[in-house]
Design a protein around this ligand. Structure first.
Ligand SMILES: [Zn+2]
Length: 322
């Protein structure tokens, strides 16, 4: 099947009590690792591209890599999504350039400006058969060119969501309930420590999610910044010359719970970066004489496939749902 929008995926995910994984892609090995996992697990899939990824790999290369994945995975629905579109022009460029879904992130602007810009993108996108994700509230953390300090972050205000969705016509809504971008989602001061000395972050605000869902029945909700920062990968990196002290993410049980509620799309990027970097560091430590990129990218790609397989089955619950 050709690239699809997320409309049908989200309807099935909402009704089925699971979420679709949205994984960021930047190069061929990442696209292959993710899509091989989704094909084997027969899972619907969102491949997403950030502004930073377009700057790194070039729009055309990324679209063609994803189109190749669609040919290789004929039995699963795949959507191509712009992650954190910063302005109308970037969204338009992706809508015109083969994407089936875009996010306009005007969450840092005042409410009325967020509505106006989102509305403008929605009108253009819907005229071209493309769906739009918008955002209310803002997440802390760093992701490519999005950088919000903990003080400037704010939870989504449920009392705003009905007006926002009805005035913009957006197709899905990203909300802030305590997830965060990057591999250092919380400072030590925001966390407690378990017996192993590993940071335990504050729980997600399920009360906000439930109130949003009550006000927007049947409407798909999106969670950004939802990597769990598996400590096995942090240890693999640190044991092989890396230095990532106190990297911490969102516990997988909390994401699993969100997926059973109104959350239909969960964004995971940092965990794939950690899996890839950990395996490359380990490979170089074990084979200091090797210099063929295929040698160290083969286990890196396999590790991406392994973590995505785990997410599809154990966190998102979307295995077998394609
Ligand atoms: Zn994000």
């Amino acid at each position: 099947m050709p690239l699809v929008t997320t409309t049908e995926m989200f309807k099935k995910a909402y009704d089925g009590g699971y979420a679709v994984g949205a994984f960021n892609v930047n190069n061929m090995e990442i696209v292959q690792g993710i899509t091989e996992a989704a094909r084997e697990q027969h899972a619907p899939l969102i491949l997403q591209v950030s502004k930073g990824a377009r700057a790194y790999a070039n729009h055309t290369y990324l679209v063609k890599l994803v189109e190749a994945a669609v040919i290789e995975c004929p039995d699963i629905p795949i959507a191509l999504h712009l992650d954190h579109g910063p302005d109308f022009e970037t969204c338009k460029s992706c809508i015109d350039g083969g994407f089936t879904s875009v996010m306009i992130d005007a969450s840092s602007k005042p409410f009325a400006e967020n509505i106006a810009l989102t509305r403008r993108v929605v009108e253009y996108a819907h005229d071209h058969g493309v769906v739009v994700e918008a955002e209310l509230g803002s997440l802390a953390g760093v992701e490519d060119e999005v950088n919000v300090s903990a003080e400037d972050s704010s939870y989504t205000r449920p009392e705003e969501v009905e007006e926002f969705v009805s005035k913009t016509g957006c197709d899905s809504l990203a909300i802030a309930i305590g997830t965060s971008h990057g591999a250092y989602k919380f400072t030590a001061a925001q966390c407690t420590r378990n017996e192993q000395g590993v940071l335990v972050p504050p729980p997600l605000r399920f009360d906000i999610l439930e109130e949003v869902s009550r006000r927007l029945p049947g409407f798909p909700i999106v969670l950004h910044g939802s990597s769990s920062v598996p400590q096995e990968y942090v240890r693999m990196i640190n044991a092989n010359g890396g230095r990532m002290p106190d990297a911490v993410g969102i516990p997988e049980e909390q994401l699993r719970k969100a997926a059973t509620l109104s959350v239909c799309k969960i964004n995971i990027d940092s965990d794939l970066r950690l899996a890839m970097t950990g395996s490359i560091r380990q490979y170089f430590a074990e084979h200091p004489d090797h210099f063929d990129p295929r040698q160290y990218l083969t286990p890196a790609r396999a590790n991406i496939k392994a973590i995505v397989t785990h997410k599809l089955i154990d966190v998102l619950g979307c295995a077998g749902k394609a």
